[in-house]
Ligand binder design. Sequence first.
Ligand SMILES: *[C@@H]1O[C@H](CO)[C@@H](O)[C@H](O)[C@H]1NC(C)=O
Ligand SMILES: *[C@@H]1O[C@H](CO)[C@@H](O)[C@H](O)[C@H]1NC(C)=O
Ligand SMILES: *[C@@H]1O[C@H](CO)[C@@H](O)[C@H](O)[C@H]1NC(C)=O
Ligand SMILES: *[C@@H]1O[C@H](CO)[C@@H](O)[C@H](O)[C@H]1NC(C)=O
Ligand SMILES: *[C@@H]1O[C@H](CO)[C@@H](O)[C@H](O)[C@H]1NC(C)=O
Length: 398
Amino acid sequence: MKNLQSLITLAAALSGLASATPLVETRSPSKNVTSIATVNPFSGFNFFVSPVYRQEALEASAKLALHGNFTLSKKALTVATKISTFLWLSDTATISQIPSWLKEAQKIQQLTRKKQVVQIQIYNLPDRDCSAKASAGELSYADGGEAKYQAFILSVAAQLKKFPDVRVVLALETDAVGNLVTNLAVPKCGDAAEGQKRSIAFAIANLQLPNVSIYLDGAHAGWLGWPGNLGPTADVLAEILALAKAINPNAVVRGVATNISNYNGLGNNEQQGRDELVYIKNLQPLLAAKGFDAHFIVDQGRSGSQNYTREGTDWCNNKFAGFGPLPTTNTPDPLVDAIVWAKPGGECDGTSDTTAARFDEACISPNSLIPAPEAGTWFQAYFEQLLVKANPPIAALF
Ligand SMILES: *[C@@H]1O[C@H](CO)[C@@H](O)[C@H](O)[C@H]1NC(C)=O
Ligand SMILES: *[C@@H]1O[C@H](CO)[C@@H](O)[C@H](O)[C@H]1NC(C)=O
Ligand SMILES: *[C@@H]1O[C@H](CO)[C@@H](O)[C@H](O)[C@H]1NC(C)=O
Ligand SMILES: *[C@@H]1O[C@H](CO)[C@@H](O)[C@H](O)[C@H]1NC(C)=O
Ligand SMILES: *[C@@H]1O[C@H](CO)[C@@H](O)[C@H](O)[C@H]1NC(C)=O
């Protein structure tokens, strides 16, 4: 651990260089870190309520009350205070918030004697969201992104290490694997592909902690669930895991997260490409054949409304979506560790302003709610839509 600070310093110093040297902590071979991957990390734990989303949803509730909409305001209070969503690490600056999140989880554990599982999405890969435009991030390979991402991952690991009594579930880099499978013809994706595989492998190799459980990203049924994409998806996931093991032979992951930020159902549609459970059942044997014993978590945060025809391009602020089934370990199949809410419902997918730098056509599709603000910022009308269309319905807090 003593070397960590110097590694971070070294990584920062390297950040100007085009090709980065892989960095990894050396660990003693006697330390067995594989056990966390063999358990469902949610089992026996309480889902921690995100303080970030709580704040957003409390403000949304207050706005509704100010407009005299008390029914919806009270439902918003339930979403704010009772329902667990992922915390998103979407830039370097947000790392500084990790201690406050994990201290709150510790405090709840002390007060309630109930163990908390804190869910964090790491979403800062260089040339992120390379095929769409709406969620481009702060790092790029052309600008020293590889070394900067390594420093970013090592700082995240350093923060998590300070809280060994809090269980953390990490989902890594939503959309990345989908782009690696289907979008290599997009120049930004093709150019970033090898770097992105190395970067995700670096993250896996360096986030191996006794109380941290990792899920890679499997996009969703409507993207990778089709016959021609399943095999390539298993190939890419297995390749990334092998790269991680080449850095750290003890590297393990629990499985794959699907449907992050999308709208598909789980086990309510037999159609391939439309249902997450069909996708998971098709993908799991292909991964197992490559030695990757994968379990799954599935985002259902915006999956409440399933009776409309959705195309793969309908990813931006879908105007038919409602909040979906609540986070639980009670899932339709043993392959699924938990239903989760990964995308904080109400944070915008992308702006509808055609003149904005990150404008993407998908955000003005006939199926998108318009007008929409910048990706990641609060979209009050969308939050209200999710509440109104929630299935199962959200109960009022009081
Ligand atoms: C590490 O843990 C795994 C899973 O529990 C077990 O199969 C393996 O034998 C252990 N290895 C060592 C060196 O203890
Ligand atoms: C509350 O807000 C929702 C969503 O904007 C709207 O559909 C509903 O009509 C409003 N109810 C009242 C009583 O204003
Ligand atoms: C953290 O890991 C240690 C060592 O494996 C284990 O004894 C402990 O129960 C874990 N705690 C949590 C909260 O996961
Ligand atoms: C996640 O699940 C919801 C609801 O079941 C679904 O509507 C959505 O498309 C899924 N997202 C992805 C990325 O598959
Ligand atoms: C979905 O089904 C509900 C209940 O049957 C209905 O009210 C709603 O209009 C349907 N939505 C769409 C988009 O078909």
